[in-house]
Write a protein of this length. Structure first.
Length: 236
């Protein structure tokens, strides 16, 4: 019979070995290039869960480091991203980093204010119907400059037309305070409303995307990134 101390030592070693093995398996799985087979094996809920798990790693400072050049080589001839993300162009909102994803994992369409227009719809139809992405996430963020500009009716060259896409969200948003960018709560409300309107536009304006959702092949989600913490909260 093993001495109690020796038994404990063996048990501890086994646990450490098991944890290291499981962790290595997790890293290997995360670093594996997203192939067509792996993409098709994911259902829409699993695709969204993959993004949520990645953000948890990002917030916790436990992002997974991979050989990105190897991934670049392996995806140079084809791609099979599992998700498409519509986000703001803000330099602090980088979807691949925020969701701890890598080359070949996600499509990203970005514009100031993360609104949905015809160009975005066409791109997202390609991402989903043609390439097979399983989820679309419309991602807004706190303290958004584009949202503030739309609220304050900023006029500047072509930016005027860009911000006009956000005006419906400004009009639809209610507040108990002043309707200016100085009201942080109002800015947040408009940003969330803008995300929800973007989500609705995906199926309202695209029969292709609507059909994929109806068939259970695609899931649409809305989310907000908190800039100070990096945490992404998904809207109900």
């Amino acid at each position: 019979m093993l001495h109690r101390r020796a038994f404990c030592a063996c048990a501890s070693a086994a646990l450490v070995s098991s944890f290291a093995s499981n962790n290595a398996d997790a890293v290997e799985a995360a670093c594996a290039v997203m192939t067509g087979d792996r993409q098709r094996a994911l259902n829409p809920d699993e695709a969204l869960a993959r993004l949520k798990e990645g953000n948890e790693r990002f917030v916790a400072g436990k992002t997974i480091n991979c050989d990105l050049m190897q991934q670049a080589r392996e995806t140079s001839k084809s791609q099979a991203p599992f998700a498409a993300i519509v986000s703001c162009m803000d330099s602090r909102v980088a979807p691949e980093l925020v969701f701890d994803q890598r080359i070949g994992d996600v499509f990203c369409t970005r514009v100031a204010g993360n609104f949905i227009n015809t160009d975005f719809l066409g791109s997202l139809e390609y991402a989903t119907k043609v390439v097979g992405a399983r989820t679309i996430v419309v991602l807004g963020h706190s303290d958004c400059g584009a949202i503030k500009g739309a609220i304050d009716h900023v006029k500047l060259g072509n930016l005027t037309a860009t911000l006009a896409h956000i005006q419906p969200a400004v009009t639809a948003s209610k507040t108990s305070g002043e309707r200016t960018s100085k009201n942080a709560a109002f800015v947040q409300t408009v940003a969330e409303t803008n995300v929800r309107m973007g989500m609705a536009a995906l199926t309202a304006k695209s029969p292709v995307i609507k059909g994929l959702v109806k068939a259970g092949q695609l899931r649409i989600a809305g989310a907000m990134q908190d800039l100070p913490t990096g945490r992404v909260s998904f809207l109900a």
